[in-house]
Design a binder for this molecule. Structure first.
Ligand code: NAD
Ligand code: AKB
Length: 320
């Protein structure tokens, strides 16, 4: 049985991954950590071990690894694209130095490491449609720069020291538990909350802007599936393109109107996040992930919309 440490565990992915991993590996075998405890996640924090951990504190991370006999780190602590443009130094520190600390501990203590990358590794010069697995990567954001460097660093630790590093390039993730942490694709979560609360939404991303997206249950499956995949089949360890769907705000509105016919969508485009979105792919080619570890997502846009609206109605206590 694995003994897992999750960093940044109270974020959008970590709060749901912790639950899933505790179900699979056992509550006591999954240590969740973050900068500070949050009242909103009291149940989760109390369902297994929780540690306050800044990934910039390598000594404390090492002490936690030893105390719990950790053999796998899932490194989710990060600063995402929009916040990264507002706070580039913080983005560089957390995404680069945090990952470096994780990898150094992994080298010293023979740990496996999973670190997500992102569609943010791609930039203006990358082919936009069916973006290939191996292609030009010259991102225009600090977040993207740290993600490309992170992929390379993880490859380096595997090739040079034999550390078992793995990762995927996630597209925008949509979930109904924890709100997203300051990215460009966040509109695709907010739209569902506002559709239920106000029956209208003002999008900061313009119509016609297609980006890859994925529903959280598929993203969590991807992490566990790749972590457990047969290493002899993996040729792109740290940077698998994966996607489930590609859409623009109008496609979402169309899907939401199947449940809320009066839903209205208008636009107040944010130039910073729009420029980031314009530099990212319209759609990824994820055939290498499908071939090397049988990646196969379940949710398309209409399935996700039905599930999101249903779950959020209960969460927000909103009647039909
Ligand atoms: P998030 O912003 O929701 O959560 C990140 C967590 O990291 C937060 O809880 C925050 O408190 C924590 N954190 C920040 N600085 C820290 C530090 N110094 N030490 C410890 N913890 C710290 O992010 P997320 O969406 O859960 O993303 C997790 C990973 O997945 C990131 O690497 C991100 O780049 C990647 N990713 C996410 C998406 C997405 O749409 N959510 C898409 C592509 C890639
Ligand atoms: C962001 O928008 O920054 C993230 C991502 C795609 O990496 N959701």
């Amino acid at each position: 049985m694995r003994k897992i440490l999750i960093t940044g565990g109270l974020g959008q992915i970590g709060s749901e991954l912790t639950k899933k991993m505790r179900d699979i590996y056992g509550n006591d075998n999954v240590v969740m950590s973050d900068m500070q405890a949050k009242d909103t996640h009291k149940d989760l924090i109390e369902s297994g071990p929780f540690e306050m951990l800044d990934v910039l504190d390598r000594e404390k991370m090492g002490e936690i690894v030893d105390r719990y006999k950790i053999d796998t780190i899932v490194n989710l602590a990060a600063i995402l694209s929009a916040v990264g443009e507002a706070k580039p130094q913080l983005c560089y520190d957390v995404n680069m130095n945090g990952l470096y600390n994780v990898l150094e501990l992994a080298r010293e203590k023979d740990l496996s490491v999973f670190t997500p990358s992102s569609i943010a590794v791609f930039g203006e010069n990358t082919p936009k449609d069916k973006t290939p697995q191996d292609t030009i990567m010259r991102p225009g954001t600090m977040y993207g720069v740290t993600k490309v460097a992170g992929e390379n660093l993880c490859d380096y630790y595997f090739n040079k020291f034999g550390v078992d590093t793995r990762g995927v390039r996630f597209p925008g993730l949509i979930s109904n538990d924890t709100l997203p942490g300051g990215g460009t694709t966040d509109y695709a979560v907010h739209i569902y909350y506002e559709a239920l609360k106000q029956k209208k939404y003002t999008s900061f991303i313009d119509k016609g802007t297609k980006m890859d997206m994925m529903y959280m249950p598929d993203a969590l499956n991807a992490i566990v599936q790749l972590l457990e995949a047969d290493p002899s089949r993996l040729r792109h360890r740290n940077a698998f393109n994966i996607t489930a769907m590609s859409f623009d705000p109008e496609d979402m509105a169309h899907s939401i109107r199947k449940h809320i016919p009066e839903f209205k969508l208008d636009y107040d485009v944010d130039p910073v996040r729009q420029a980031i979105a314009d530099s990212w792919p319209n759609s990824l080619d994820d055939s290498e992930a499908r071939a090397q570890w049988d990646w196969n997502p379940e949710f398309l846009l209409d399935d996700m919309t039905a599930d999101m609206l249903n779950s959020l109605r209960k969460k927000l206590n909103i009647q039909d």
